[in-house]
Design a protein around this ligand. Structure first.
Ligand code: C2E
Ligand code: CA
Ligand code: CA
Ligand code: CA
Length: 280
């Protein structure tokens, strides 16, 4: 399959074919799994750095395929975007997450998390009926718009099409918007003036610089000023150590998320508050 041209090994055509075929098989499996109920939603706490209380949760999808086993969303979300399945899958994730918050409210009342954060991809945003679908889900689950935070990436917003309009429409209806992985895209800070944004999720790669030998936490430092200056809320992502948490709090961060506070799990809220049944 590889052929040599002038001493350089080029392998592109067959490799591309194989990759396309693999993606196609993955896409077909996604379709079956959507019908068979192989997807799950897990929730990761977003905490107040002041007292480590959970103020919100982020919904993250999980796929456990009967043969493939666990497949990372990093591997299958792009495939689901390409073949369009993300529209149906994403709607299911949104509905499942909203139902969960609704359940927490039923059980815990005011002690439930304040909002649920749901990732939305470029393809979903450019689907014409998307804002209406979201509104319907909120009505169905009895949640007010402020109970939902939609996480979008800079790349998704600038993917072209009508993504920006969708974000504006969601925002007008009272749903809040977070810019995910902030600082890793290719856009400028000017984006924050043109798109209605409520929350900045400061990417883990910048948090990683804290308390690392040779690390330089200058970006997390700068971004809290940007966020405060624009009247936004900042959430630091991927906080793995107490040292990072303390450092961020001292910089002025109010909110954080990461393994240090809790990994994504099926129900971090009720498991943490309702004691397990005593052994019989
Ligand atoms: P993301 O939205 O930036 O989500 C954060 C990712 O970082 C999650 O990985 C989470 O489990 C992981 N994480 C959280 N805290 C830590 C930490 O302290 N250390 C480390 N190493 N990782 C941490 P996950 O669940 O594998 O998701 C990866 C990406 O896949 C997400 O990045 C998001 O872009 C996408 N994704 C996940 N669920 C969904 C979904 O429901 N819809 C869409 N459209 N995309 C999703
Ligand atoms: Ca996210
Ligand atoms: Ca993120
Ligand atoms: Ca990420």
């Amino acid at each position: 399959a590889a052929k040599s041209t002038g001493g350089q090994l080029v392998e592109y055509t067959p490799a591309l074919d194989e990759r396309a075929e693999a993606a196609e098989r993955l896409g077909a499996d996604l379709r079956h799994s959507l019908d068979d109920g192989d997807f799950h939603v897990v929730y990761q706490p977003i905490v107040d750095l002041g007292d480590s209380s959970t103020v919100a949760v982020e919904a993250l999808v999980r796929w456990v395929h009967p043969v493939r086993g666990f497949v990372s969303p990093v591997a299958f979300i792009p495939v689901a975007e390409d073949n369009g399945l993300i529209v149906e899958l994403g709607e299911w994730i949104m509905r499942t997450a909203c139902r969960k918050l609704s359940e927490w409210r039923r059980v815990l009342g005011a002690a439930a998390p304040l909002y649920i954060s749901v990732n939305v991809s470029a393809r979903q945003l450019s689907e014409p009926g998307f804002p209406a679908v979201v509104t319907t889900i909120l009505t169905e689950t009895g949640l007010e718009p402020a109970a939902l935070l939609v996480e979008v990436t800079e790349t998704a917003i600038f993917g072209g099409g009508t993504a920006i309009e969708a974000v504006e429409s969601l925002h007008r209806s009272g749903i809040r918007i977070a810019l995910d992985d902030f600082g890793t895209g290719h856009s400028s800070l000017g984006l924050l003036r043109t798109v209605p944004v409520d929350v900045l999720k400061v990417d883990k790669s910048f948090v990683d610089e804290i308390a690392e030998p040779g690390g330089n936490p200058v970006i997390v430092d700068a971004l809290i000023h940007v966020s405060n200056g624009l009247g936004l809320r900042a959430v630091a992502e991927g906080v793995e150590t107490e040292e990072q948490a303390v450092y961020l709090r001292d910089l002025g961060y109010h909110y954080a998320q990461g393994y240090h506070f809790g990994r994504p799990s099926p129900d971090p809220i009720l498991v943490a508050t309702v004691p397990a049944a005593p052994p019989v």
